[in-house]
Design a protein around this ligand. Structure first.
Ligand SMILES: Cc1ncc(COP(=O)(O)O)c(C=O)c1O
Length: 499
């Protein structure tokens, strides 16, 4: 080491030591030792300052501290810190020529993605949960330069965090969170213009039926209801689709009759006429089915159900496959002010973390309940896509990873069904589904009441149909509760005579 360089380096070492950068100091000392014997540090003719600059410029430590050290630099650095031993050479060789398996980064499982998603990584205070930006407005840097957000109707960081997570889960281009599932469906119907046609799969949710029949139809959009289920669904669509058809809207499994629609084949027919396909994926959640991967253009959820999971928030989600559709959906979300509030977005961000756990446990319980019902002598029909031998089970298994937790059954008598609905204790009588606690309803009188009685009759909608939404309780307790409902009816002869 030259005599001139030593005092300057001493100053640097001293500086690092007083600032507490002990590791950095030690590494720099080692570097100087390795570099010094035969490098320009000793021999060049520059002044002390420039030698130091030269050293610092090359320094691994400097780059490390300043944060611009990349893998290539690390490799180049190897000769400096005398780490170029065989093991290191092998490591470096791997970096230079990675094996094929290493190039393809392994996708994390959904359960891991749900909890490791960190939308607030850059938070100045290190928040570990996404903060609620409970603000309507955002101050702008000046009158002519604008930040990412200006007004919460148009965009809000908490809502955006949720939208990005859901778009990733459904493998779409962009997601949009709405104030309810109906607001989400309404934004989708806006894609059809006056003179165009929307085709809705029959046996859809009653609210969707009402939205199309009583709102969209007023805008001179014609609505057609069609059975799109099973292997015959695509050819029935093929027979009626025209150039005027803008949108096909469907659910699979349908709610509540659990008919299965081939999302792939329906999309194929729709695209041959440039029509869009929108799938209401509420029944299965993104955990069990991803319609965009099957060919659909839009997927939506009543996030009030599984995405929230706790029956405490109303919300809807739309995820589009393309940028072009995203722009249109965003336009309506902003123009009509239907975006989800920051607080409700935060509740969903929290609920979503346990979605995989909940959905899988609920599904496990549902299968046990469905098998119990199938064996029960008082049950005439069970509708559950996960049941052995259920209609179109093969088709369902080709496009979904499970059947979810909505199980429907019939007793052959409205009075008997009503009795079960009112006597079970663990099942709350409510219209919804997808919550951690079990629910029971009579769709004909409740969720599907918005479909006119004559239409229900024409579609052979069974009035004695009971819908169960299975929660995360013990399946044994749920089965026992249902069993009591059956038994008490059998001991009530005045009711039984109606069967
Ligand atoms: C399948 C389905 N889609 C959409 C909706 C509407 O969603 P929301 O009630 O969140 O407005 C519901 C509501 O029950 C539903 O069951």
């Amino acid at each position: 080491m030259s005599n001139k360089a030593i005092p300057v380096l001493d100053l640097v070492f001293d500086f690092l030591s007083t600032k507490g950068f002990h590791e950095t100091e030690a590494t720099l000392r080692r570097e100087v030792e390795v570099t010094e014997p035969n490098t320009s540090l000793r021999n060049n003719n520059q002044g002390t300052g420039s030698r130091l600059e030269d050293l610092l410029e090359k320094s691994y430590v400097t780059q490390l501290v300043s944060g611009d050290l990349n893998a290539g630099q690390k490799r180049r650095r190897a000769h400096l810190d005398a780490l170029l031993e065989t093991a290191q050479e092998e490591e470096d060789a791997k970096i230079l020529k990675p094996s094929t398996e290493e190039v393809v980064e392994k996708e994390l499982s959904v359960a891991t993605q749900l909890v490791s998603y960190n939308p607030c990584a850059g938070d100045p205070h290190g928040a570990s949960s996404m903060p609620i930006y409970q603000t309507s407005t955002f101050a702008q840097p000046s009158a002519t330069s604008f930040g990412e957000y200006d007004y919460s109707r148009s965009g809000n960081p908490t809502r955006k965090a949720l939208e990005e997570q859901l778009a990733a889960l459904e493998k779409g281009f962009r997601g949009f969170a709405f104030a309810s599932g109906m607001a989400a469906l309404s934004a989708i119907t806006r894609l059809a213009k006056s003179g165009e046609e929307i085709i809705l799969s029959d046996d859809s949710y009653g609210g969707t039926y009402r939205l199309l029949a009583k709102v969209a139809a007023r805008n001179n959009i014609s609505i057609r209801y069609l059975d799109l289920s099973g292997s015959g669904g695509p050819s029935r669509l093929q027979a009626v689709i025209t150039d005027r058809t803008k949108l096909i809207m469907l659910e699979s499994p349908t709610n509540p009759m659990q008919r299965i629609i081939s999302i792939r084949d329906i999309s194929h027919v729709a695209h041959s006429k440039n029509a869009l396909v929108s799938v209401d994926n509420t029944m299965l959640s993104p955990i069990l089915q991803n319609p965009l991967e099957l060919g659909a253009d839009i997927v939506m959820h009543s996030a009030t159900k599984f995405i929230c999971g706790h029956a405490d928030t109303m919300a809807g989600v739309v995820i589009t496959k393309t940028r072009e559709l995203a722009e249109q959906v965003y336009f309506y979300q902003n123009a009509e002010g239907t975006g989800l509030s920051p607080f409700d977005s935060w509740l969903l961000l929290r609920g979503v973390k346990t979605m995989e756990l909940r959905v899988m446990r609920q599904q496990e319980n549902a299968l046990r309940v469905a098998r119990f019902l199938k064996e029960h002598p008082s049950v005439t029909h069970v509708y559950y896509a996960g049941l052995e031998g259920s209609e179109n089970a093969d088709l369902h298994n080709q496009q979904a990873r499970g059947a979810g937790s909505v199980v429907c059954f019939r007793t052959g008598s409205l009075a008997f069904s009503q009795h079960i609905v009112t006597t079970t204790k663990l099942f709350k009588i409510t219209v919804s589904f997808g919550s951690v606690n079990s629910l029971i309803s009579l769709p004909g009188a409740m969720s599907h009441a918005s479909i006119p009685a004559e239409v229900r009759k024409a579609r052979e909608f069974p009035e004695d149909l009971v819908r169960l939404s299975i929660g995360i309780e013990s399946a044994d307790d749920l089965i026992e509760d249902l069993q009591k409902g059956f038994q008490t009816y059998e001991f009530a002869p005045e009711l039984k005579s109606e069967k």
